[in-house]
Structure formats: structure tokens, C-alpha cells
Write a protein that binds this ligand. Structure first.
Ligand SMILES: [Mg+2]
Length: 333
């Protein structure tokens, strides 16, 4: 095998203004603070990766990302980029958690190795090019009138499915929001919802039953992540399938959640798994359990979405795609 070494690593933090504030139960976001990582091979070929940590979900910030990325870069320089498994193991040894920054490096390595092999990433991952993939578009958590108006606009733009942010404490207003959206877009357009841990057990039970006739595909993260007791009893009683998002970062979390029947489905994000290498383990575990998955994003640009798309092509149990984050950006970096 011809020798190949990581010659240079660039870390590029940047900030993209969103077209309008993105509002979820945990607060509003006005800018996507992304960090791009470029890893160069000795012959000048490079791979690109990206991360966009959410403080309230990852406990990571852009400043912290850049600081740790410098340490990671030092550790990887001079090694063979093709040994991705070893690089991921080294990153995990260097720091616990910090899935987001690790993802940027992992993604750049996969991109680089695919380019070195002169093949698209999905081929490297044994993916299927014929898989049909379409994204939802997300309606922020606002007044019911504004949400109904936004949903109709997205429908008219041609989006085949919408995701709706909910999770306000107390259950009535969230049910009213969904009723308003249904009367504006009609009964047939697929809708999925995401509470981002906003409800408690009782709120969640009432909202889920309140929405049971509104044709909802699934509900992401109804209660506090880590509250596996309530997640399990909700999953048992919910008329709408429950999807674990914040409560499943990686394959180890998935084992815990699935073995305790605390979700019906899993939302995989490369920014949670720490990238493709560990994402494959999570998707494989879900496949073994015959569990459907979604792939989702934080506020990554098309760099992160491209990697996620290729990743999805490798798994036929990934049937939902929440990849709209670049659509919210005011510019394409
Ligand atoms: Mg979610």
C-alpha cells in the first residue's frame, strides 16, 4: 500500500445568519456557528468536514470546538488518513463526549479517503444510489396562526413532509397548534413533530392523545433526555410513534433506549455520534433491532448535509430525512 500521510489540517470557524430565527422549546437561534475542518493529504488532496454544536444539547461551544480541534489536529498530523477507525479511537481516548468536534474530523477523513479512492463516499460505505431521499422542512415554535401560515407556505413550495416544533409546557396550546396546521395544510400532508424535551410525562401523554387523529408520523423527544422511566411508559402508551433524538447520541445510548423499550425509532445525527464511523455502529444496531431511523441535523451547511446524505444511502432502515438546515441559512459557505 502506497504511503499516505496527513500533511495539514485547517480549522475554519464561521458564522452564518439564519433567514429568520429558528425557535424550538429550548430557545431561539439566530446564527449557525459552524466550524469547517479541512484535512490535507501529502499530495494536496483534501477532505472537508463540519460541525455546528448546540450548547443546550451538546454542551459544546464554537470556542471550545476550535480549541480542542487544534489539539486533535496536532495528534493526527503525520498519520495515515485511511486508518479512520484508529483516528476515531484516538479522539475518543483524548476526550470524552464532544461528539460535535469529533464529527467534523471524522467527516473530513471519510471525504478525503473517498477522494483518494476516486469514488463517491456512498460507494465507500456500500450505499445505494437508487434510494429516494427527500427532506422535510421545519416549522418553528411560534403562535398557532404563524405556524399554520408557515406550514401552508412550505406545502405550496412543494415540500412533501413538514416537521413541526412543539414542546411548550402545558398541553393545550401544542394541540391547538397542530389542529391549526392541519386545517391549513389539509389532512394528507405528512407531519412529524418534535418537542425537544419540552413536556413532562403528563403533558406528553395529553398532547400525544390530543393529536392522535391528526395523522402524525412520529414525535421526537417528548420528555427530558435521560429520563428513561418516563420515556418507556410513554412509548408504551403513545398512540403516535416515539422517536429518540437527544436521548440517543451513539450506539451505546441506543442499546440502552431500545433494550428498555423507551422509543420506537431513532434520529441519527452525525453531530451526536461523533461522525460516520460511530454512526455506522448506531445504524447497524438499529438495523439489528429492525428499528426505523431518521437522519437529522443541527444547523450544518451543505457540507454536513452531503456527508449525511451519503451516510443515509448506506442504510435502508433510514427512512426519514430531516435535512433542511442549509435552507435556513442566509448564505451558502
Ligand atoms: Mg429533534
Amino acid at each position: 500500500m502506497k504511503k499516505s500521510t496527513i500533511h495539514k489540517i485547517e480549522i475554519i470557524p464561521t458564522q452564518i445568519m439564519l433567514n429568520e430565527p429558528f425557535v424550538i422549546s429550548k430557545g431561539a437561534l439566530t446564527h449557525a456557528k459552524i466550524t469547517i475542518v479541512k484535512i490535507y493529504n501529502s499530495d494536496g488532496t483534501y477532505g472537508v468536514g463540519e460541525c455546528c454544536p448546540f450548547r443546550s444539547i451538546h454542551g459544546e461551544t464554537q470556542t471550545g470546538t476550535v480549541a480542542f480541534a487544534k489539539d486533535l489536529a496536532k495528534a493526527l498530523l503525520g498519520s495515515d488518513p485511511r486508518e479512520i477507525h484508529n483516528h476515531v479511537a484516538l479522539m475518543d481516548k483524548m476526550i470524552v463526549g464532544n461528539a460535535s468536534v469529533k464529527c467534523a474530523f471524522d467527516m473530513a477523513l471519510y471525504d478525503l479517503v473517498a477522494k483518494m479512492n476516486n469514488m463517491p463516499l456512498y460507494v465507500l460505505l456500500n450505499g445505494d444510489r437508487s434510494k429516494k431521499i427527500y427532506t422535510d422542512n421545519t416549522v418553528s415554535l411560534l403562535s398557532k396562526e404563524k405556524m399554520a401560515e408557515k406550514a401552508l407556505k412550505f406545502k405550496e413550495m412543494g415540500f412533501p413532509v413538514l416537521k413541526v416544533k412543539l414542546g411548550e409546557r402545558g398541553y393545550k396550546r401544542d394541540v391547538e397548534r397542530m389542529e391549526a396546521i392541519r386545517s391549513s395544510v389539509g389532512y394528507d400532508l405528512p407531519l412529524r413533530v418534535d418537542a425537544n424535551q419540552g413536556w413532562n410525562y403528563l403533558d406528553a401523554l395529553r398532547v400525544l392523545h390530543g393529536m392522535k387523529d391528526l395523522n402524525i408520523e412520529h414525535c421526537e423527544e417528548p420528555v427530558q433526555a435521560g429520563n428513561i422511566v418516563d420515556q418507556a411508559r410513554l412509548t408504551a402508551l403513545s398512540p403516535i410513534p416515539i422517536m429518540a433524538d437527544e436521548s440517543v447520541f451513539n450506539h451505546r445510548d441506543a442499546y440502552k433506549v431500545l433494550s428498555q423499550q423507551a422509543a420506537h425509532m431513532i434520529n441519527i445525527k452525525l453531530g451526536k455520534t461523533g461522525g460516520i464511523c460511530n454512526g455506522m455502529k448506531l445504524a447497524g444496531l438499529a438495523q439489528a433491532a429492525d428499528v426505523y431511523c431518521q437522519v437529522g441535523s443541527f444547523s450544518e451547511s451543505k457540507v454536513g448535509m452531503s456527508a449525511l446524505l451519503h451516510f443515509s444511502m448506506a442504510w435502508d432502515n433510514i427512512i426519514f430525512h430531516d435535512m433542511d438546515s442549509p435552507l435556513m441559512h442566509s448564505e451558502d459557505p
